[in-house]
Structures are given as structure tokens and as C-alpha cells.
Design a binder for this molecule. Structure first.
Ligand code: FES
Length: 137
């Protein structure tokens, strides 16, 4: 047992980056939609594949997340430790996200959700609200 720890289980090294991809599924026609209907499972699988190809297993973890409550902005991905929130992520964005943020540490600005869209009741994607959006599409 490690001195000072009350848990007898040896600690696991921390991941350098932890990527959460929302793969939540809702019934068709739900007003908020869901990320799985926008290909989030395939996006997660591609991210995992790229992490493996780049030899980052053990340093970078890609996990499936339940609803991140940003459904209107899906596919939603959040990367820690920086807590960078991405929205409207498409399969075509995945390689850039991996290379720029996960490998080089430079977030992909065009995919970032603006602070005014995160955890707010209203924003341009939720039917109103004046928020300066930085998304390229
Ligand atoms: S369904 Fe993905 S954020 Fe809610």
C-alpha cells in the first residue's frame, strides 16, 4: 500500500487527455435530437482508431458519454483537462481534431462551442438568444 493512501488499490497513471463523445440515443422525432443519430458512434470509433494508430493508447482515452445536455449542438465532444467543448462535429472533422488538439494541444477553434451556447436555456441553436457564435457552419 502506498503511504498516505487509504485505498489499497495501486493508482493508475492519469491520462494526458480524456475525450468524451456523446453517443446518447433518443427516440426518432424527439425535439432535442440526439448525437447518435448524427453518427457519434462512428465518430467515437474513428477517434479510438486514430489514437491507437498514433501510439497514444494509455495516454489518451476516448470514452462514450451519455447525454452531455448539448443535444442541439451534436455531435458533442468535450476534451479534458482543457474542458474544450466541441459542437456539430462531423466525421470529416475527426482527423483534424485528433491531430490539432489531441496530438499538438491546439484546440480546433472553428468547432468550439461558444460559451453562450453551453449550459444555457437559449442560444441561436435552441431557438433564440443573441450569442456570438464562432462556428464555421
Ligand atoms: S444527445 Fe448528445 S448532448 Fe444530448
Amino acid at each position: 500500500m502506498i503511504p498516505g493512501l487509504t485505498n489499497p488499490v495501486a493508482p493508475m497513471p492519469a491520462f494526458e487527455r480524456h475525450v468524451f463523445v456523446c453517443t446518447n440515443t433518443r427516440a426518432e422525432g424527439h425535439p432535442r435530437g440526439c448525437c447518435s443519430a448524427k453518427d457519434s458512434n462512428a465518430i467515437r470509433e474513428r477517434l479510438k482508431e486514430l489514437v491507437s494508430q498514433r501510439g497514444l493508447k494509455g495516454k489518451v482515452r476516448v470514452n462514450s458519454a451519455g447525454c452531455l445536455d448539448q443535444c442541439e449542438h451534436g455531435v458533442t465532444i468535450v476534451v479534458y483537462p482543457e474542458a474544450v467543448w466541441y459542437g456539430f462535429v462531423k466525421m470529416a472533422d475527426v482527423d483534424e481534431l485528433l491531430e490539432s488538439h489531441i496530438v499538438a494541444g491546439k484546440p480546433v477553434e472553428r468547432l468550439r462551442l461558444p460559451p453562450g451556447c453551453i449550459n444555457t436555456e437559449r442560444c441561436p441553436h435552441k431557438g433564440g438568444g443573441a450569442v456570438q457564435i464562432g462556428l464555421g457552419r
